[in-house]
Design a protein around this ligand. Structure first.
Ligand SMILES: [Zn+2]
Ligand SMILES: [Zn+2]
Ligand SMILES: [Zn+2]
Ligand SMILES: [Zn+2]
Ligand SMILES: [Zn+2]
Length: 359
């Protein structure tokens, strides 16, 4: 097994990184020379704006070259390091077996795998995980991820079946601070170290960057905003048969029934939430309103309009009355009653007393 693994790990340069980085670096040089002479010319002619733009271009080019240089340096130094012999690999395999109880090599998929103990974080059980490294990916030394993490007794988070550990989603482990150490271990073919690093990440909960936070593991996603609410802050809406977070859930101001915001309407006058059963429509403009905001089935603005119309009507009638028969009042000092469709107006002597009776 150690010999097979050793053969499999022989460096293959099919990613071709060293020539690539070198090529990138050399390709930048003519461009850099051109920008340099243009910059000098702009400064000489005192073309300040143009000189500034050339200066920015130079900085960008130098940045690109800087990246290419560090990539090339790291590639060349890691290649020059002595890689483990078959004997070293055998020692590594023994170390992995001792730590995890087993180590398997699958010739077909070229994967070296082991399984962790059942993992429990903050009282929540996530079961065992199989850690697999693809050796041909490691040997090629490209940027491709050689690691795959599989939950053997999956306890996925309620919000997403693919998340089987706070830091594992769809086989991908979010390594956080362990990214660089793992990359170094795989580049140097230190297999036991690579497994230890991954197991350490699986055994630790980092609250900064989980795919799903432990406190929301068994929570429910709000059907409206997607926020994952835990059991205490998740609410069920009966009319639509869905679950919502605190912010997307309210109650009817009139009957007190709790519902989601989509199942509740708002009174267009006071803004309070009301359920369908409790909402009324203004007779005049058809606006949705709560019962408290309507008077005689009218919203305040329609009520005001209606009253103004009535006063105008009354004024017109009084005017007509006085022009038609000016002697009327003096001859009949007792009260007279005019009736319009919705208002009874009594005129007593010179005083006008209005009482509105709405249908
Ligand atoms: Zn919500
Ligand atoms: Zn209601
Ligand atoms: Zn609802
Ligand atoms: Zn209202
Ligand atoms: Zn209205």
């Amino acid at each position: 097994m150690a010999a097979d693994i050793h053969t499999q790990l022989q460096p293959i340069d099919h990613c071709g990184r060293p020539p690539d980085s070198l090529h990138l670096l050399i390709a930048e040089i003519p461009d850099l020379q051109r920008t340099c002479s243009q910059f000098r010319q702009c400064v000489g002619q005192q073309w300040h704006l143009a000189a500034d733009s050339k200066r920015h271009k130079l900085v960008r080019q130098l940045c690109r070259m800087d990246t290419a240089i560090s990539k090339l340096t790291s590639d060349l130094t890691s290649r020059s390091k002595r890689l483990p012999t078959a004997h070293d690999i055998l020692a590594d395999l023994r170390e992995i077996e001792e730590e995890f109880g087993e180590v398997r090599y699958d010739k077909r998929s070229k994967s070296l795998c082991t399984t962790t103990e059942p993992i429990t974080l903050e009282g929540l059980e996530f079961g065992r995980f199989t850690i697999c490294f693809n050796l041909s990916t490691i040997a090629s030394n490209c940027d491709e991820n050689p690691l795959n993490v599989i939950a053997l007794d999956p306890n996925p988070c309620a919000a997403d079946d693919a998340v089987v550990h706070p830091h594992v989603s769809a086989g991908h482990l979010c390594l956080g601070d362990a990214t660089a150490p793992l990359r170094k271990a795989t580049t140097e073919h230190r297999l036991a170290d690579a497994f230890q690093i991954v197991a350490a990440v699986l055994r630790t909960y980092s609250a900064d960057s989980p795919f799903c936070a432990i406190e929301n593991w068994n929570g429910r996603p709000c059907d409206d905003c997607g926020f994952i609410a835990n059991e205490d802050t998740s609410f069920y809406c009966e009319p639509c048969d869905k679950n919502f977070c605190e912010d997307c859930f309210s109650r009817c101001r009139d009957c007190g029934e709790s519902m989601c915001l989509s199942c509740l309407s708002s009174c267009e006058i006071c803004g309070d939430r009301i359920c369908e059963d409790c909402q009324s429509l203004c007779d005049g403009c058809g606006e949705v309103a709560c019962t408290g905001c309507l008077e005689n089935e009218l919203c305040p603005s329609c009520l005001e309009d209606r009253e103004n119309e009535e006063i105008e009507n009354d004024d017109e009638e009084i005017e007509q009355e006085s022009t038609e028969d000016p002697s009327d009042k003096s001859q009949e000092p007792t009260s007279r009653v005019f009736t319009t469709d919705s208002t009874v107006t009594s005129v007593q002597s010179d005083r006008l007393v209005e009482t509105s009776i709405h249908a």
